[in-house]
Write a protein of this length. Structure first.
Length: 360
């Protein structure tokens, strides 16, 4: 049995909408992008949304919009996709890491506060695997220290925590519609914010150097109907995660990241497990892949990547929690079209591979 790491859910209605665009006058940013932006803003319960061609571009723009550049420090998490940190570098600023919570892998406001220096201009927390960070806490922190707050919400379109959605308490939240995200058009992104004036800047003015990050109408066409299916698909992933948790419980040394609280809605974007410290994650991954099971690493801690080690002199032990998660984590298939029997197969195969773990 082959189980792909991800299968998108682009359907006939999405394809028909894209064909409509191809038969119309506008191919690039036009009426379909506007319709998408309006509908996405409504879904996010926020005033403004702007389509972009990636989340990386959206993060870069959001940082520039708030004047972040050379000499500034931006506090973020080392447990994220590298683009969170490279967007900060692209803006000319320095990413400063704060270690994550061992249970959830999330950046906590207390940890971010301890990393604040006189050069800190912004905080860029990441909603990891679908769970939101404590945005009420981050908003209080940003207000107290007069800092810009930008969310990397690539994993979290559908999330709610303490009654707050991404973008509602910050200066901007950035989303990705990359190939493996909950909603996708291959490559794409968006940025949401509370203030129409801010959003217009992203479109029309040139107050400083600009970058070409616009979404086109073909991307918007592929995305616009997927918004209708977000909640149902989220429910499917939630049930699949529960099944994985049931099937993989009680294995010595194998940990799940903390499940979302009762007052919280996770986007359930990725299903990550932390393998027992004594076994080789790469070897287990290799075995799963050899047996036709797609899996991934989300993520090796950013500060342990060669560029960051070389440029900033980081050592793995500088952020030990993120380093440990990065060495043990493995992401298993989770998407709406995944069948229960496939989850059972993946779980059995993983267990078998762990039973052999003493061999490597
Ligand atoms: C996917 C992802 C990004 C980058 O998104 P792109 O649209 O590929 O630029 C950034 N941050 C996180 C956490 C991601 O998962």
């Amino acid at each position: 049995m082959k189980v792909e790491f991800f299968r998108h859910n682009i359907d006939e209605s999405d394809i028909a909408t894209a064909v409509e665009v191809l038969q119309s006058i506008f191919l690039t940013t036009g009426p379909m992008t506007s319709r998408f932006e309006k509908k996405f803003a409504d879904y996010m319960e926020i005033e403004e949304a702007v389509g972009t061609n990636s989340c990386t571009g959206a993060l870069h723009l959001a940082l520039l919009r708030h004047g972040i550049g050379t000499g500034d420090e931006v506090i973020t998490t080392p447990m994220t996709f590298v683009a969170t940190a490279t967007a900060i570098l692209q803006a000319g600023a320095k990413p400063v890491f704060a270690d994550v919570c061992p249970k959830s892998g999330l950046l906590l406001p207390e940890a971010a506060e301890a990393a604040i220096t006189e050069k800190t201009k912004a905080i860029l927390p990441v909603h990891l695997y679908g769970r939101m960070v404590d945005m009420r806490g981050f908003a209080r922190l940003a207000q107290k220290h007069h800092l810009i707050l930008i969310e990397d919400s690539a994993h979290c379109i559908e999330g709610v925590r303490d009654g707050v959605r991404p973008g509602q308490l910050s200066n901007a939240a950035c989303f990705s519609f990359y190939a493996t995200k909950n909603m996708t058009c291959g490559e794409g992104g968006a940025l949401v914010c509370r203030n129409a004036e801010e959003a217009n800047w992203y479109h029309w003015d040139m107050e400083m150097m600009g970058w070409k990050y616009n979404m086109d109408d073909i991307q918007a066409a592929l995305l616009i109907n997927q918004i209708n299916r977000l909640n149902e698909n989220r429910g499917k992933r939630e049930r699949l995660e529960q099944l994985y948790r049931d099937l993989l419980q009680g294995i010595d040394g194998l940990d799940f990241v903390e499940a979302p609280g009762n007052d919280e809605r996770s986007a359930h974007h990725l299903l990550t497990v932390l393998l027992p410290g004594k076994c080789s994650r790469d070897e287990v991954m290799h075995q799963l892949q050899e047996q036709g099971i797609g899996c991934a690493v989300n993520y090796r801690a950013v500060h342990t990547l060669t560029y960051f080690k070389k440029t900033f002199g980081y050592k793995p032990e500088d952020y030990p929690v993120a380093d440990d998660i990065g060495n043990r984590t493995i992401s298993l298939p989770i998407y709406p079209a995944l069948l229960e029997k496939e989850v059972e197969h993946v779980s059995t195969t993983l267990k078998r591979s762990l039973a052999l773990g003493s061999l490597f």
